[in-house]
Design a protein around this ligand. Structure first.
Ligand code: NAG
Ligand code: NAG
Ligand code: NAG
Ligand code: NAG
Length: 660
């Protein structure tokens, strides 16, 4: 029973192959590499604060600079990069200057030259995405290492992997690197660390590092030169010249927002204007969900339905001011942080010079739960002995410390501002804080419009995160930034291509499953299908499963969906309400109820399936429902159903865009 193969559309196959061949590589399920929780997860922003020279010959550089350790990070949201940076700092305590690099900056073919370094040590900090995929920036290296028989004899290595245990391919990329490097002749010096974001990645890292560093020192005969408490990577320089050119929130060059020059990307976002901003939930809802439209006028930015929009948030100004008061600084002071390692390609941690206000607003994240190495650094700036003790405990890798950290910082989500308020005798210097805090990352949202309908505006649909823990109100940094926008507000954005695409042929039916804001890309699809129809094209059936709590509160875009239904664009509209009747109904329940129709479309009409949503459980339940459907209606065994499902995924007839 291989209906999937029989019904396979060769046009689509060609398209898929070409996309694969030109190396456009994206993924849909977003496995974790968290730090910042993103509404729609995805890429990090490697901003150009670094004046990074593309160093093709990292080897000659390492030899010239007498560096023995290369740390590569496969990072999507910035967490793996941060971990890499922390390990580099740890090594300084052993008198070792590691070279931390983005693998994208290395020619894959140069990689094996690492053997030319004397007694080389390679540390990989790599995140896994989706179906066991590497991050964008590690893709080339991953393929090079897995597909080539290079000789890495003499290289010592260790891997710290970042992933989410609830995924089937937990830390697959880290594991592949770990075993493949050994196959290629390299020597593992420490067992792989498996960071599970779903539990507590920080804790996993702390535990691993606790064993890794001493073991490394023993292997190489390194001695600890200091305890690391006062290591500084950057030095502060106050800029007094009032005429100095200063960054005011730009990411690449000063004045980038006044004189905007395409192309626009993560290093050079387009300063767009908000042209529409409205609430989609009714006043009865406990939550907020915003429809926000940005103007693309003058940008030449093109997008397609299914793409993602990156939005650069800023921190809440009241939070910035609170932080300024807590450590008693003048926020208007203009400064630079300069790398003390003159040879490093990363001259500044973020765009400098700028004011403290700008740095705290645009460049560092002051909302995220504080990492334990930051807590450790705070100890020496705390005067009260009890507070010192607590901070020391919180940042230690002892069982008690890890436990306390996971409760006090992890579960209760304490930010740096909360910490400094709680430990009121702690007064760290601002420049040290700025060095320690993670970069504020762009957030990604599924685009909820089609350029066919309106190519000058692009819209997103975002639910606001805001909840109480004790008496503290926790707000998601970006959604609250979005909430604070109004028509006319300037906002830096860029488009990230995705492969979530409508089928090539307009008559191919589509089955869309998108509860909550998972509806976003399908709104774009619907606009596009309506446009196709208006062009006189014959369009295929559209089956939409939407879910929310109750139609009285959070049935977003209700009028539009009903209009599409009465216009015959949507052929089947299924609404699952989880808090409307006595019975909780979810999209997967309705999918099961309508299995005969759905299965018929897949089997006989080549239908494409799309799943989008903010609940990973939903994605899994939906997938299981399909498997059950294949077994029952296709009359196959469970493993055959699995195989067919995998086939559908490979053919891109089953596409998922899921986030947490
Ligand atoms: C990156 O920074 C360098 C040095 O400051 C600058 O010359 C270059 O134009 C910047 N690149 C972008 C894309 O802004
Ligand atoms: C873009 O949005 C603005 C504000 O809603 C609207 O005036 C304008 O007509 C839209 N552009 C197009 C092409 O629809
Ligand atoms: C990991 O995946 C699970 C289940 O899909 C999800 O509930 C959880 O939020 C994810 N964790 C993170 C930190 O993204
Ligand atoms: C969401 C928010 O409050 N953003 C503010 C961050 O800080 C800048 C500068 O102080 C303000 O302009 C933003 O409104």
């Amino acid at each position: 029973m291989d209906f999937l193969l029989n019904s396979f559309d060769t046009t689509d196959l060609v398209v898929v192959t070409i996309i694969g061949a030109i190396g456009l590589y994206f993924f849909f399920k977003y496995q974790s590499e968290p730090a910042a929780k993103m509404p729609t997860g995805m890429v990090p922003v490697q901003q150009n604060t670094t004046e990074s020279k593309t160093d093709t010959s990292f080897v000659s550089r390492m030899i010239a600079e007498k560096r023995q350790v290369l740390i590569l990070f496969g990072s999507q949201t910035g967490t793996a990069e941060e971990v890499a940076g922390r390990l580099a700092k740890d090594l300084v305590r052993y008198g070792k200057k590691a070279l931390v690099m983005d693998p994208e900056e290395i020619e894959a073919d140069d990689f094996e030259k690492i053997t030319k370094i004397e007694n080389p040590l390679l540390i990989l900090c790599v995140a896994t995405y989706g179906e066991g995929d590497p991050t964008d920036n590690a893709q080339a290296l991953y393929e090079h290492v897995t597909n080539n028989e290079i000789d890495l004899t003499g290289v010592k290595y260790a891997v710290f992997a970042l992933g989410n245990k609830t995924y089937e391919h937990f830390n697959a990329v880290g594991k592949v690197f770990d075993s493949r490097l050994e196959e290629l002749g390299a020597t593992r010096v420490y067992e792989i660390g498996l960071g599970d974001d779903d539990a507590n990645l920080e804790e996993d890292f702390m535990r691993w590092r606790e064993g890794f560093l001493p073991s490394l020192a023993a292997t190489f005969g390194w001695e600890l030169s200091n305890d690391g408490s006062s290591d500084r990577q950057y030095r502060l320089e106050i800029v007094e010249d009032p005429a100095a050119a200063v960054f005011k929130g730009e990411y690449g060059r000063i004045g980038a927002f006044e004189k905007q020059r395409p192309p626009f990307d993560q290093k050079n976002p387009f300063l767009s204007k908000v042209v529409a901003h409205s609430e989609l939930h009714t006043p009865a809802s406990e939550r907020n969900c915003k429809h926000i439209e940005f103007s693309l006028e003058g940008s030449h930015i093109r997008y397609e339905a299914g793409d993602h929009l990156a939005v650069f948030p800023t921190n809440d100004s009241t939070l910035v001011e609170r932080l300024g008061k807590l450590i008693d600084i003048d926020l208007s002071v203009v400064f630079k942080l300069i790398n003390t390692d003159e040879e490093s390609s990363k001259r500044h941690p973020f765009p400098c010079p700028c004011s403290y206000q700008t740095a705290l607003t645009h460049y560092v994240d002051i909302c995220a739960p504080v990492k334990s190495h930051v807590l450790k650094a705070l100890v020496e700036y705390t005067t009260d002995e009890e507070q010192k003790k607590t901070l020391t405990l919180l940042s230690s890798a002892s069982e008690e410390g890890l436990h306390k950290y996971s409760q006090f910082v992890g579960k209760e989500r304490r930010s740096i501002v909360d910490i400094l308020e709680y430990f009121d005798t702690c007064k760290p210097p601002i420049d040290y804080l700025l060095e320690l805090l993670p970069r504020l990352q762009a957030r990604y949202y599924s685009i909820s419009s089609s350029p066919k309908k309106d190519s000058t505006n692009v819209s997103i649909t975002a639910v606001l995160t805001k909840y109480n823990i004790g008496d503290r109100l926790i707000k998601g940094v970006c959604t609250n930034y979005l909430n604070g926008l109004s028509v006319g507000s300037p906002s830096p954005i860029f488009v990230r291509k995705s492969t979530m695409r409508l089928p090539h042929r307009t008559i191919t039916p589509i089955i869309c499953i998108g509860p909550g804001t998972g509806l976003a890309p399908f709104r774009g699809f619907l606009q596009e299908k309506a446009w196709q129809k208006a062009q006189g094209k014959e369009i295929g059936d559209i089956v939409l499963f939407f879910g929310c709590r109750t139609p009285e509160k959070d049935y977003i875009y209700q009028n539009e969906l009903e209009q599409y239904k009465s216009d015959g664009i949507i052929t089947d509209l299924h609404l699952a309400f989880s808090r409307y009747t006595d019975k909780k109904v979810y999209v997967q329940d309705l999918l099961w109820e309508n299995r005969e129709r759905v299965f018929d479309l897949i089997q006989n009409k080549n239908a494409n399936i799309y799943v989008c949503g903010d609940a990973r459980n939903m994605a899994r339940d939906v997938q299981n429902t399909f498997l059950k459907m294949f077994v029952e209606l296709g009359g196959v065994e469970a493993d055959a159903a699995q195989t067919q499902f995998k086939q559908l995924e490979r053919m891109r007839r089953y596409q998922a865009d899921v986030w947490s």
